[in-house]
Design a binder for this molecule. Structure first.
Ligand code: C2E
Ligand code: CA
Ligand code: CA
Length: 954
């Protein structure tokens, strides 16, 4: 079936139809031939045979009826004769010729003597059923109404009855008939009865010969009757005996029929007319009463003639069908294929690009539907095509744009990254790799913060992202890091990309490596800000830096200074030895200056042989002088240039912010003026811009020089100021206070030279001197007054930090043999706060050596109770300032009170210094401080005054 359908699909529709029609027709033939034809044949045959049978039966019935009629007529005649005879006899009785008995007897004899056929006879019945007359006299008088036919007789009394009867000695019943006449006067039912076959001889074939001959079956069929010994009783054209009648095959037809009696036979005869051998069929029926056989026969081909007709018709129909199949299939095929082909043509037309092509077929059939679908499809297609064309154009355009962008993306000098909403890189261009060193594959899916350098704080990125979120854009310079770890500056632009609903979907970052630009910029900036010859900052940069330093100084409340340096004899060198050499001198000068000043100081060349040095965080003018002298000293060395050994001195002008100006211009200008003053003063020196400051410095310098000499010449003396315990009223200690007695007798206060001594380091020697003196004096006082007083010695910060302090003290104590237990060291609060651990260690050592420790000027620092506990101290010395103001300000009294209470809590002694009035002493006494030092009792005094003072005390 599958194969068939495959083959079918390979054929054209017309061929398929032809094939199908032919196949159906052939199938019909087979069906007719195989099924319908036998069926029809059977029916026809049956019909014909039935007709033969019917005809045979009809003829047989006809013969039978003829027999019946003849039997009846015969018996009737007998019966009527009997009645006539009896009537006659009865007339004779009536007329009196005969008695009734005679008449009856005569009638009886007459009836019984009358022969009917071979075995027939007459009898009479009374209407009550008893036999009146019978050939068997024994039966007369017997009632026989128990027999069925007797009852019929009794009922009818006249007429014809047929019945079957067997005599008592006979086996089979035989057909009998009787005809009755009723003779009423004697109540005699006169019956003439006989066996029916007795009457065969009576049947006259001529009676129905014509009738039978008239029966026609088909064209040549007829009916015939044969009797015993092949005697032809009735036949259309044969008579007599047909004893030796054979068919052409030698078949003894009639004798066979006679033998079979009932049934059907076939035989063959040569048709007289056509001389052809034809088959005949004969159907026959036996008539037993007559021993006749009625037969109907006809040629079988006549029977089957209609069948043949049918076959011819079928063949003809098939032929016609086949003949018609071709044009019909062509017609049907064409009705399908022509519109289909038209459609196909339309399709190929459409395929060639003619999108306006449409089918005109509007038939209601499937092809019409298909055509309309085609048109609909083409309409839609045309619409789609139109859209598609637009879309293609759009796409081509966008593809072109995309390619263009891709070109830009790939060839851009700028690194470009595209990140998704979460900030992960989804695309990066080749320039990205070139700039950062990261391959594109390496960074896909990563956050751009892999490039992050540590040059920006969190705030930077926070601000950046805030701006992006707010404005969708950010542009700025940013430092990132390459894969190799090198950080580089880039100009970065980040833009947020939004979708149609204005939701941010991506970020695009475009960045340009500005390392080169930066370095060029730096170079340009450097060049514009630096002196080409020495590489030092020029005036522009200097002014800028000074301005920055000024704002810093203003904020921090510090000072800054400018040194204006000018070489003294540079012009001469330049003119005589040439500019090249001059340039070398300037370069060496720059180097010499640079070697002296630190990184935070700015050294600048203004031009020619003029340099400016900016020094920040200036402590005081003395600090500056120190630097100035170091600088001048650096120029005392000769310049060795091209075999020349040149001495080039310099002059310095110094200004100080804010004292000498509050802006860079003024400061430089004033420094320049100061420099000229230095030149006027004889060169190779420095000059402060303000005269008073200059004077102060000069004086200080003089002192410093003098102090150095004083140390060498030992112009110092130690004065002692007694300390009194006002509770006991006794002097209990002394404070050693240094005095500088100049050769001219002028005594200079330690307040003036101690800071200088500290700065210059002379304090170490001075300190040792005071210590030695105090130790010696201790013994002298004991010797001269017997008083073993505590001697307090002031120790400065520099002394305490000096690494030889312990060693020096040890030596002095050992050499002088003084009592360390009676020596107290006074140190200031501020000294405790500096380098605490080291100080604690030193103080512990001192304490371990037996010395006491006192905190001088207590209350001016910020010592806390807990803090003081760390140190091995014995005494707090309340600063003079509190004592001075105590009487006037209640506040100071409360501070003093606090210090006194605090010292009590810490189990420390407390001393008040600078007590000048009784009032002050009274208050202190009231507050519980009894140790007093001050002019109220004694001023510092030399030893020669002290001894009598102590002796005279009380
Ligand atoms: P200081 O340690 O506070 O010494 C007390 C100062 O107060 C001394 O001044 C003393 O003469 C002065 N004084 C004492 N009683 C009174 C008074 O009733 N009224 C007034 N107006 N002043 C009084 P001096 O001797 O001029 O010493 C000044 C500072 O020099 C000392 O202050 C001390 O810090 C330092 N000093 C003195 N001698 C030495 C020393 O040998 N070595 C060290 N390192 N510093 C010393
Ligand atoms: Ca002191
Ligand atoms: Ca003091």
């Amino acid at each position: 079936m599958m194969k068939l359908s495959i083959i079918m699909t390979r054929l054209k529709i017309r061929s398929r139809l032809t094939l199908s029609f032919s196949a159906i027709t052939i199938f019909a033939i087979i069906l007719c031939a195989g099924t319908i034809y036998p069926l029809v044949k059977n029916i026809v045959q049956n019909n014909i045979e039935n007709e033969l049978i019917n005809t045979t039966s009809t003829v047989a019935d006809m013969v039978q009826a003829a027999i019946n009629v003849s039997v009846r007529n015969h018996l009737r005649a007998v019966s009527e004769t009997n009645l006539q005879n009896i009537q006659t006899i009865y007339e004779e009785y009536k007329s009196g010729e005969l008695t009734e008995a005679e008449a009856k007897n005569k009638a009886e004899k007459l009836i019984l003597n009358q022969k009917i056929g071979k075995k027939g006879y007459n009898y009479c019945l009374h209407s009550n059923g008893s036999i009146a007359v019978h050939p068997n006299s024994k039966l007369v008088g017997i009632n026989v109404d128990n027999f069925d036919f007797i009852q019929k007789q009794l009922a009818l009394k006249t007429g014809y009855i047929e019945y079957d009867w067997a005599n008592p000695n006979e086996g089979d019943k035989k057909a009998k008939a009787l005809f009755m006449a009723y003779f009423k006067p004697w109540d005699w039912i006169i019956s003439a009865s006989a066996y029916r076959n007795d009457f065969v001889s009576l049947v006259n074939a001529e009676d129905f010969r014509e009738k039978i001959k008239a029966v026609r079956l088909g064209k040549s069929g007829y009916v015939f009757i044969i009797g015993k010994d092949e005697e032809v009783i009735v036949h259309p054209w044969i008579s007599g005996t047909m004893k030796e009648f054979y068919d052409i095959l030698g078949y003894q037809v009639l004798s066979d029929i006679y033998q079979k009696k009932n049934g059907k036979i076939k035989y063959n005869l040569v048709d007289q007319n056509s001389k052809k051998n034809r088959e005949k069929i004969a159907i026959f029926k036996y008539l037993p009463e007559m021993d006749w056989i009625v037969a109907s026969s006809m040629y079988t081909d006549e029977i089957y003639y209609p069948l043949k007709q049918i076959i011819y018709f079928i063949i003809f129909s098939i032929f016609i069908s086949l003949v018609l199949a071709l044009p019909l299939s062509a017609l049907i095929g064409n009705s399908i294929t022509i519109p289909i082909n038209k459609l196909v043509a339309l399709f190929s037309d459409a395929a060639k690009g003619n999108w306006t092509t449409r089918s005109k077929n509007n038939s209601p059939d499937e092809i019409g539907v298909l055509s309309r679908k085609f048109n609909k499809f083409m309409d839609d297609f045309q619409g789609i095509q139109c859209n598609l064309s637009t879309e293609v154009a759009t796409r081509q355009e966008s593809e072109y744009q995309r390619k263009l962008f891709e070109e830009v993306f790939n060839n851009a000098m700028e690194g470009i990254t595209i990140t998704d909403f979460n900030g992960n890189i989804i695309k990066a261009n080749p320039a990205f790799t070139t700039i950062t060193g990261y391959d594109v594959d390496e960074v896909i899916g990563k956050n751009p913060n892999i490039l992050k350098s540590n040059k920006h704080g969190k705030d930077f990125y926070k601000t950046m992202w805030e701006e992006i979120v707010e404005t969708g854009h950010w542009v700025g310079e940013i430092w990132n890091r390459r894969k190799n770890g090198e950080s580089f500056p880039e100009l970065l632009s980040i833009s947020a990309i939004h979708d149609s609903s204005n939701e941010t979907t991506h970020y695009v970052a475009v960045f340009h490596d500005i390392t080169e630009m930066k370095s060029k910029e730096k170079q340009i900036k450097y060049q514009s800000h630096h002196d080409a010859l020495t590489g030092l900052p020029n005036r522009v940069l200097l002014i800028d830096r000074i301005a920055m330093a000024i704002s810093r100084a203003r904020r921090q409340n510090t000072k800054l200074s400018l040194f204006y340096l000018d070489l003294d004899n540079f012009k001469t060198i330049n003119d005589s030895l040439g500019h090249a050499l001059g340039d070398i001198i300037l370069q060496i000068t720059a180097n010499r200056i640079s070697e002296i000043f630190g990184n935070q100081d700015i050294i600048s060349r203004l031009g020619g042989d003029e340099f400016v040095i900016m020094i920040e965080d200036v402590k005081d003018e003395f600090h500056l002088i120190n630097q100035a002298e170091i600088l001048l000293k650096a120029f005392s060395k000769p310049y060795k240039v091209n075999g020349h050994e040149l001495y080039v001195s310099t002059s310095l002008g110094i200004t100080l912010y804010p004292d000498d100006g509050e802006d860079p211009g003024t400061l430089i200008k004033n420094a320049d003026i100061a420099m000229y003053q230095a030149k006027e003063e004889g060169k190779n020196g420095y000059h402060m811009f303000k005269q008073e400051m200059h004077d102060r410095i000069e004086r200080r310098l003089n002192i410093e020089n003098a102090l150095r000499q004083a140390v060498n010449k030992n112009e110092f003396a130690v004065f002692y100021q007694p300390k009194v315990n006002i509770k006991t009223g006794k002097v209990y200690g002394l404070e050693a206070l240094i005095r500088w007695v100049q050769p001219n007798g002028e005594v200079i206060s330690p307040a003036e030279f101690i800071p200088l001594a500290e700065e210059t380091g002379l304090i170490i020697d001075i300190g040792k001197f005071v210590f030695k003196e105090s130790c010696i004096i201790q013994r002298e006082i004991i010797e001269k007054t017997g008083l073993n007083l505590i001697i307090s010695i002031n120790v400065s910060g520099r002394q305490l930090k000096h690494h030889d302090l312990i060693e020096d003290i040890k030596n002095i104590v050992d050499n002088s043999g003084c009592h360390s237990k009676k020596i107290e060291l006074e140190i200031t609060e501020s000294m405790l706060m500096d380098n605490t651990e080291k100080t604690i260690a030193t103080l512990n050592q001192i304490s371990a050596m037996g010395f006491s420790l006192s905190i001088d000027d207590f209350g001016t620092g910020y010592s806390s109770l807990a803090y003081l506990k760390k140190f091995p101290i014995n005494t707090l010395k309340i600063d003079r300032s509190f004592i001075t103001d105590m009487a006037d300000h209640g506040e100071d009294e409360s501070i003093v009170q606090t210090i006194i209470d605090m010292s009590k809590n810490l189990k420390l002694k407390v001393v008040a210094e600078g007590v000048e009035t009784k009032e002050q002493a009274e208050i202190l006494k009231k507050l519980g401080c009894y140790r007093i030092q001050g002019y109220l009792y004694a001023k510092p005094m030399p030893i020669n005054e002290l001894i009598p003072f102590l002796i005279n005390w009380e």
